[in-house]
Design a protein around this ligand. Sequence first.
Ligand code: CA
Length: 235
Amino acid sequence: MDVLIVEDDRSIAESLIAALRESGLRPRHVATGAAAIAAVSGASGDPDIVLLDLGLPDVDGYDVCRAMRAVSAVPIIVVTARSDEFDRVLGLELGADDYMVKPLGTRELVARIRAVLRRSKSGATGTTPDGGDADSLSAGALRIDLRTHRAFLHEEELALTPKEFDLLAFLSEDPGAVRTRTDIIEHVWDSNWFGPTKTVDAHVASLRKKLGDQRWIVAVRGVGFRLEIPSGGVV
Ligand code: CA
């Protein structure tokens, strides 16, 4: 799979290239909007998917997205440092297939790339061949939509910050499995992130509050955390 990385920040581009290679994908890199538009022509030889940074030096990322969409149905994942809702909606309305906010956790990024590719191959139905939904995770009454970055409890949307969402999604990938603090920091924050591990506890605390039941996230002393579907009582 050829992945076109459109990113003007050299160090970010380099770490993305390394992470994608490691995952068996074939990254190509351009640093400007003009080069990105030139790389997508709707012909064979086009990339299989585009990872598009919105903040580019020459052409606005939105215009790059629009220009690509005019000639090609290539899946586009928009990457931005701007996390407000307006940008998110606009990104998706422009025809982008997914949207991620920096800093990128490389593991989640690769998962999202694979999900978008699966979706585009299965005719944009949003389902895998076995009928499961490729883009959502669920545990008990909890449902997580990875494509739209929204989480629901009893079908009621939770108001989560981007990091709370990423943390919940990471724990929900494998309910019951213990995630160590190091794992959590690496996958939810960034492998280059050296902040205090207290940040994890703070996010766990606010997530528990929003889930309305402490028992959703169980602390495993000296190790980390796991997601557990609370049994009985108020969920
Ligand atoms: Ca940029």
